[in-house]
Design a protein around this ligand. Structure first.
Ligand SMILES: *Cc1c(COP(=O)(O)O)cnc(C)c1O
Length: 384
């Protein structure tokens, strides 16, 4: 039984554009090496920046959590799905981010949709960096507020848009940008927001756990936490598990509990995932060596890639994209790297702007220097 309209033309067009997406089935835990098609590969495409996704203590906490609380939460948080591990994790996340409270969401996508829609609506304005993560852009569109994009990281451009805005104005940005690895200019953005009476929401999915001595992310390294009233973090990246949170003051969190539809109308995360995240958060905060090792790997990779003539982006994070321009070249290099045992995803439009296809290399504290060297060697061959 098929739909009464034809799905094939759009699929054919995707193929023609070299943009057809395909999945790989992984038969191993996430780590510096993964098993696909019965073969082991060096993995340079996961967001498991601290190497916690398969950490034995985190896995043990997941198991213990399941033994105590079962496999599923059984309901949404407001009905009867809010279990002790969820609550303890919220308290730990509030402490970690230095805010009054934190609220757990099932995914980062949902945290963003829920938060923006709860904070602005018809008659208001939402302003977004044009390179924001898809979930933030969708959140802005879904909110019903007037939707404005400003040029990437350009607070002067943002200011010009704020001047003509209406209603409540919410400025929304990635902290560390997911496809580029660079960071939002938080101090300038906060100044601009203050000057125009706008609110600031930062989604630091890729900075939390990774940046700053204590892993506090971009708000820690910039010291701008006080001027970011809405902070979003995800738990499926540096923290190795899954889910997300919004952190802020009491009134913000109560507002989200009352009005964020993606919080209210969805089943709470499995409690064991929250229990596992409590452990991974503890490791992420306490084991600064993971961040230090990661920085060593980042420097090593950047030096090696620059030497080989690859175009690096201004990124101090484990996201180290090599911009190659056209889709076909990106795919070809990705294929060549795979032939040499390295998995690196080619990221193409519409995920990134036209003409900026890239190899999105991501590094993890679980990598060794020999992994980085192997990737650089593979790049030598792929370049030809
Ligand atoms: C990954 C990501 C999300 C989505 O988080 P999920 O938990 O994977 O849904 C949101 N924002 C940014 C910036 C991200 O990189």
């Amino acid at each position: 039984m098929s739909l009464p309209w034809d799905l094939e033309p759009a699929l054919a067009e995707r193929r023609r554009q070299q943009r057809y997406r395909q999945r790989r089935t992984v038969d191993s835990p996430t780590g510096p090496a993964v098993t696909v098609d019965g073969r082991c590969w060096r993995n340079f495409c996961s967001n498991d920046y601290l190497g916690l996704a398969n950490h034995p203590d985190v896995v043990a906490a997941l198991r213990t959590g399941a033994e105590h609380y079962g496999a599923g939460s059984g309901a949404s948080h407001l009905v009867c799905g809010h279990q002790r591990p969820h609550h303890e994790l919220e308290e730990a996340l509030a402490d970690f981010t230095g805010r009054e409270r934190a609220l757990l969401f099932s995914t980062g996508y949902m945290a963003n949709l829920g938060a923006v829609s709860a904070l602005v609506g018809r008659g208001d304005t939402v302003l977004e960096d044009r390179l924001n993560h898809a979930s933030l852009l969708d959140a802005g569109l879904l909110s019903g507020a007037r939707f404005r994009r400003y040029a990437h990281a350009q607070s002067a451009h943002l200011a010009s848009k704020l001047a003509g805005g209406q209603g409540r104005q919410l400025v929304v940005t990635d902290g560390v940008f997911s496809m580029d690895g660079d960071a939002a200019p938080l101090a300038e953005l906060a100044d601009t927001c203050e000057a125009h009476g706008a609110g600031l929401m930062v989604d630091d999915a890729h900075g939390l756990g990774v940046l700053g001595e204590g892993g506090g992310g971009l708000v820690e390294t910039t010291g701008e936490g006080e001027r970011v009233p809405v902070l979003v973090g995800t738990l499926g990246k540096a923290f190795g598990t899954g889910g997300a949170f919004v952190a802020g003051d009491e009134a913000l969190i109560e507002t989200l509990i009352q009005f964020a539809r993606t919080y209210i109308y969805t089943t709470a995360l499995p409690p064991a995932v929250a229990a596992a995240t409590l452990k991974s958060l503890e490791l992420a905060r306490g084991e600064a060596w993971r961040r230090e090792h990661l920085q060593t790997l980042i420097s090593r990779f950047r030096a090696g890639a620059a030497e080989r003539g690859y175009q690096l982006m201004p990124s101090a994070t484990p996201i180290q994209p090599l911009q190659v321009g056209d889709d076909e070249t990106a795919l070809r290099i990705s294929d060549k790297l795979r032939e040499q045992g390295c998995l690196v995803t080619a990221i193409r439009p519409p995920t990134v702007p036209e003409g900026t296809a890239r190899l999105r290399v991501t590094l993890s504290a679980a990598h060794e220097e020999t992994d980085v060297d192997a990737l650089l060697e593979a790049l030598d061959h792929a370049h030809q």
